[in-house]
Write a protein of this length. Structure first.
Ligand code: FE2
Length: 426
């Protein structure tokens, strides 16, 4: 598919025309040097100097639970454990069509916000594996919008019930793309260690990457990320392994955190932080002062670890809010991780684009000639203002095909001297 975007501003500040032919980026030229006449009028977009980026990636979501917030009840205690209990009630009578309808709506929201790759976890401790089956079918059904990866995720633990290990393996055999785990949710430290080893064994046996929920707690005694990184290092699988959440790292003693981060860097394991959820789920057992449970983004970056930004939830028992906009997740992170300096803007965008795509394992990614012909135009002149306003994605192009368009909202201020249109650009 062919498409041309003219006069767009890249994350590096270059004004360019981008010509897509046959679904790939054919030419990137200085603005004005492209050839829009070579494209059908319906396949042209004049960005008018607005920001353009490669497409966004959602590296961590739970599409089986999405859009269930309030059903059967709201999570007013606000804890991770209460969210798991509410989900356990919901999944007792999980129906495939219900999962698919909710997940499809969420995927459409994500695509509207420029996301063309999604990694979702699917609960394998729901005994009929209805959610797994639904999301595997959905993977094909939404393939016109996104590349969907499904993680076989043992929400209630691998060893907490005798048949959970078999269910996990069955989900992998059904076709899940990755193997998951949740060692901090096992009954004992020893079971947690074994669960990491089991997940990695499955990943090796079935030739799948692994993405484990790990140390998602404020307990500084929860130390399973070291086990995952060590296993990945020993098996030479670091670039195929993701450590999701790792919020306990926030509470580790500095000497231990330093050792762990060095190990993560050596292993090549990536980390995904999920700011919306963990900004509200963590610190729930604290009196004042209350910790803000998130992983150590700055120290991980200093060590060279790839850190992605995920949503985790869009309107589910763990997080009631969200519209599927990755920029919201970055906006939350910049506040509670103290990433509000001017120099952090570039870091946040690199996390949203390059890091998330690397976690996903995307190849031919990025605005370079020969790569996939995919891009997002924002109703904003630059990366800072796009983040500040969570600017509308005016057009989302995937391999040369428009998959979403948004008309930016219009606000009119009515003063005594007259009315005028205002925007929030600066
Ligand atoms: Fe999660």
């Amino acid at each position: 598919m062919d498409y041309i975007v003219t006069d767009a501003t890249t994350l590096d500040g270059d004004r360019v025309d981008i010509e897509i032919r046959g679904g790939e980026i054919d030419r990137i030229l200085p603005a004005g040097a492209g050839d829009p006449d070579a494209f059908d009028r319906s396949r042209q977009h004049d960005a008018g100097g607005r920001l353009v980026t490669p497409p966004l990636t959602e590296p961590h979501l739970h599409l089986d639970a999405t859009l269930t917030a309030g059903d059967p009840r709201w999570n007013d205690p606000g804890t991770l454990a209460e969210g798991i209990r509410i989900w356990a009630e919901y999944k007792e009578s999980l129906e495939k069509e219900d999962v698919k309808a909710r997940a499809t709506q969420a995927v459409e929201w994500l695509a509207a916000h420029g996301i063309t790759r999604v990694r979702t976890h699917a609960d394998t401790t729901e005994e009929t594996l209805t959610g797994v089956e639904a999301l595997l079918e959905l993977r094909e059904e939404v393939s016109d919008l996104v590349d969907l990866q499904v993680v076989a995720f043992p929400q209630d633990g691998i060893f907490t019930r005798s048949h959970h290990e078999d269910l996990l393996q069955e989900a992998v055999e059904m076709g899940c793309d990755l193997v998951g785990g949740i060692p901090h949710n096992e009954h004992t430290r020893e079971d947690g260690v074994s669960s990491v080893e089991t997940a990695m064994d499955l990943a090796e046996r079935y030739d799948r990457p692994a993405d484990l929920h790990i140390d998602e707690t404020d307990d500084p005694g929860s130390r399973f990320t070291e086990v995952l990184a060590s296993e990945a290092l020993k098996r030479g699988l670091g670039d195929r392994v993701t450590a999701s959440h790792t919020t306990a790292m926030h509470s580790y003693p500095n000497a231990y955190a330093d050792k762990l981060i060095s190990l993560l860097a050596e292993s090549g394991v990536s980390v995904v932080t999920n700011p919306p959820d963990n900004s509200v789920l963590q610190g729930r057992y604290d009196d004042y002062p209350r910790r803000r449970g998130h992983t150590r983004i700055d120290e991980l970056h200093d060590a060279g670890v790839t850190v992605g930004i995920g949503h985790d939830s869009v309107m589910d028992p763990w997080y009631h809010y969200g519209v599927g906009d990755q920029l919201d997740a970055a906006f939350v992170l910049l506040h509670y991780a103290h990433m509000n300096g001017r120099g952090d803007v570039g870091t946040l965008w690199r996390m949203l684009t390059e890091a998330n795509a690397a976690v996903f394992g995307a190849d031919d990614y990025g605005l370079d000639e020969g790569n996939e012909g995919s891009l997002v135009v924002y109703d904003s002149p630059d990366p800072f203002n796009a983040l500040r306003t969570r600017a509308a994605r005016t057009v989302v192009v995937r391999e040369g095909r428009v998959v979403a368009e948004t008309e930016p909202g219009e606000t009119v201020i009515r003063r005594s001297e007259g009315s005028r249109r205002v925007d929030f650009h600066r």
